[in-house]
Structure formats: structure tokens, C-alpha cells
Design a protein around this ligand. Sequence first.
Ligand code: ZN
Length: 200
Amino acid sequence: MVVHLGMTGGFRLEKTPHTRAEFLLEDGVLHFHDPRRFGRIWVVERGAYGEIPLLARLGPEPLSPEFRPEAFLLGLRRSRKPLKALLLDQTLAAGVGNIYADEALFRAGLSPFRLGREVSEEEALRLFQALREVLAEAVALGGSTLSDRTYQQPDGLPGGFQKRHAVYGRTGLPCPRCGAPIAKGVVAGRGTHYCPRCQR
Ligand SMILES: [Zn+2]
């Protein structure tokens, strides 16, 4: 069985108003809780994960040695998509969601609206590095728990990376680097936070 938590999904020991599936175990019931219903559950033969279309097209895990700057750079600079859309697309790097795409672009000093084919080699490498740094720091701090508290650590405690967000969820607040107000736009249908002065 393969489960994709899909942004708001998670397992709970108690039934919730958003329980979408129940797993009867020897000593209790495990509830799949998923308010926004983006989660998915598949049952496949062990090891046959390539049969799952969503997994088959996933790019490398950004914190693994398989995430190579050469391939990232090539994929990025071949694309006509905006950088933010490319990061969310999952084919260049797996697992990057809205928060970490915004934070990585800020750290790299690149506008989310820039097209992949418009970035220089040096800029693409900056984004590669920023993505790895942001994700490593977020993992070390237990992830980002927003005010809706849908994401929690396995022990139920909130993560700590939300306190480090430079742009995500900070519309109108001062940029930590230059003080200009953080702006919010839309790329690929997703709310996108950025500093109009630092990100070019
Ligand atoms: Zn700034």
C-alpha cells in the first residue's frame, strides 16, 4: 500500500470529521485524515511502484545524491515554464510544495515569474543550492506548521520552520533582506510570495 498525504493528509488514532479511510489493525483502528482530499491511497504488488503514474514521473529526491546539478540545470533551462511552476511540477525535483518553492526562490534571489529558459547557468545553480539548503533546514526543524495546524510532526508537536519563513505567508511584511514589503501573486494557480526588490 502506498499513501500520498497530499498536503493536508495524515494518520490519526482517533476518528475525525475528515476521516476518509479506516484501517482495521489487530489492536485498533488507524484513520486516514484528509480535510482537503488531495491524498491518495494505492494498492500495488510490492516493488511495483512504477505502476503508480504519480510516482513514475517523480524526479529525484532533492536531498539525495541522485539530485544532480547538471540534470537540474538542463531541465530548467529547456523549459518555457515560470520557475515557480517548474519547482512545483515534481519532475526536476520531487516533493517541493508551495512553501519550499517560495522560500528557495527567495534564497536564490530569483523571481518566481522568470521562465526556466531565461535563467543563466549561474542562476540555475544558485536555485539548485537554495532548494537543498531550504529543505535541509526545514527537515532539521521538523517542517512548517501553519495556523491551520494540518501538518504536525509524528508526535503531534508543531514544526519550527514556519518561524524562519522569509516570504511565505508574509504578504505586506518587510523583506528580511531589504525591508521592502513582500508581495503576493499567482503562478500555476498557486499563491506565490516574493520580494519584488530582491528577486529578479
Ligand atoms: Zn527584499
